[in-house]
Design a protein. Structure first.
Length: 201
């Protein structure tokens, strides 16, 4: 099937599903572009951002001008969206240093280049088997800015039973919320990650 036709079908299907059921475009279009159109994850998320960002900025301006946007409460949420920016090099370097694999949740797909030899892709019920098994058999899991949702963990009582988990997050309420961890670090996750990496011999 021609690639252009795949794009047309994907866009039509995403528009139809979103219009009928109110599902977010990211829930429908991103998987279609990844699986059906066979695009790289970086390309898919760049495409999604190029669509969502202008729409979001227009919506933000309209809400702000109409007095419907509580800026004091809304602006802090920006931190969660950009938490992993610029960490790919450090993540890959630590993985090489300790000879480890790299996995991710759906929201972390663009954090590491998909062509990296240590990157196994997404984990969980919608993820890759190899990535999920590597996580299940790990001795230590260094989790950076994740929520441990049930889509990523599966049955929580059986999640990574033999692993010691270190959880880095900006939001203290996320630590030990869904999965109990051995070490929880709340703060600047980029700085925390670098300190841990530097401490590894």
């Amino acid at each position: 099937m021609p690639q252009k036709l795949r794009f047309v079908l994907s866009g039509g299907a995403a528009g139809l599903v979103c219009g009928l059921f109110g599902a977010g475009g990211g829930m429908v279009l991103v998987p279609l572009l990844l699986r059906f159109c066979k695009l790289e994850s970086r390309t898919v998320f760049a495409s999604a951002l190029s669509i969502m960002l202008p729409i979001s900025l227009v919506s933000l301006a309209v809400c702000a001008l109409s007095g419907g946007l509580p800026l004091r409460e809304s602006l802090p949420y920006l931190g969660g969206g950009v938490a992993g920016a610029g960490m790919a090099k450090d993540i890959c370097a630590l993985a090489d240093k300790i000879d480890a694999f790299i996995g991710c949740s759906f929201m972390g797909l663009s954090a590491v280049p998909s062509e990296n030899r240590r990157f196994l892709g997404m984990q969980g019920m919608h993820g890759h088997y190899a990535s999920s098994m590597a996580q299940d058999e790990a001795d230590v899991i260094l989790a950076v800015g994740v929520r441990f949702s049930d889509r990523a963990t599966g049955k929580k009582s059986r999640y990574a039973k033999n692993a010691k988990i270190i959880h880095l997050d900006l939001d203290f309420s996320e630590i030990n919320k869904n999965i109990s961890v051995e070490v929880g670090v709340c703060g600047d996750i980029i700085d925390s990650f670098k300190r841990i990496a530097d401490a590894v011999p």
